[in-house]
Write a protein that binds this ligand. Structure first.
Ligand code: ADP
Length: 266
């Protein structure tokens, strides 16, 4: 009998199982001045799964990620993480809730956004030490292990300008992992890279997906989305027009706007 077998008479009552959906977004709205960027976004991401957001430039994909990371504060709608943290943007959520949202998610940016005046190692430990107040020694040990994993140990004392774009982005990913988030958010992680550097970064993201990280990825790499995502959502005009299993949606989109978008890309 396994120690977790609920039929064991000596086991305590089983705790409520964790909800299958790690992230639930309902009716998310965001305007910048008079420009309505997110009209109403609904999405869910199951624990350990990958959602790819595709869609034309300017459709609101980055803004979705920024709202999920607390970099933007939405104007309306709700965001629930793990059934434990629910932010209702009908009124501005308190700072502690926004901080909790930031703590549960970590973002990987298109242009890496590393601190230019800090070394690779300093970039990676900045969040854990300064924001999460973890001991420097522990954060450093974790950072070195992560850098080793992505083959960048020998770059730990380099500055971002001394690295290739692919190396900078791998540091960007390590920096996100070092925060131990529940949710990884990728904003077009390879679109600033030279074509020959794209493969390494996509491989790393795919490895993380296979390890069971829960992710939302904004991407133009349809082949990658097809391979890695559990679900693809097509965003246009600040709403999710269509979502579905990647092979199905990319091969046989139901909505005319999705068809037009994919037709232009393929
Ligand atoms: P996508 O990621 O799909 O290309 P974005 O979310 O980046 O789209 O942008 C959607 C729209 O919102 C664009 O028209 C963009 O110019 C506008 N926008 C994004 N951020 C801001 C901001 N901080 N201030 C004003 N307009 C913004």
């Amino acid at each position: 009998m396994s120690p977790t077998d609920p039929s064991s008479p000596t086991d305590p009552a089983p705790a409520d199982p964790a909800p299958a959906d790690l992230l639930t977004v309902r009716g998310l709205r965001k305007s910048f001045g008079s420009l309505e960027v997110l009209a109403s976004i609904d999405l869910t991401v199951r624990r350990g799964e990958v959602l790819a957001l595709i869609g034309p430039s300017g459709s609101g994909k980055t803004t979705v990620l920024r709202c999920l990371n607390g970099l933007e504060v939405a104007d309306g709608g709700t965001v629930d993480v793990d059934g434990e943290l629910t932010l209702d943007f009908a009124t501005r959520p308190p700072q502690r809730q926004l901080a909790a949202l930031r703590d549960r998610s970590a973002m990987v940016f298109q242009h890496y956004n590393l601190f230019p005046h800090k070394t690779v190692l300093e970039n990676v430990i900045e969040g854990p030490v300064v924001v999460q107040r973890r001991p420097v020694a522990e954060a450093t040990a974790q950072a070195l292990a992560l850098l080793e994993r992505v083959g960048l140990t020998d770059k730990k004392d380099s500055y971002p300008f001394q690295l290739s774009g692919g190396q900078q982005q791998r540091v960007g990913i390590v920096r996100a992992l070092a925060l131990r988030p529940q949710l990884l958010l990728f904003d077009e992680p390879t679109s600033a890279l030279d074509p020959e550097l794209v493969g390494d970064v996509l491989r790393l993201i795919k490895e993380l997906a296979l390890e069971g990280w829960t992710m939302v990825i904004v991407t133009h790499e349809l082949e990658f989305a097809r391979e890695v995502a559990h679900e693809v959502a097509f965003v246009d005009g600040g709403t999710i027009v269509e979502r579905g299993e990647p092979r199905q949606l990319l091969r046989d989109p139901q909505h005319e706007r999705t068809q037009q978008f994919l037709h232009r890309l393929l």
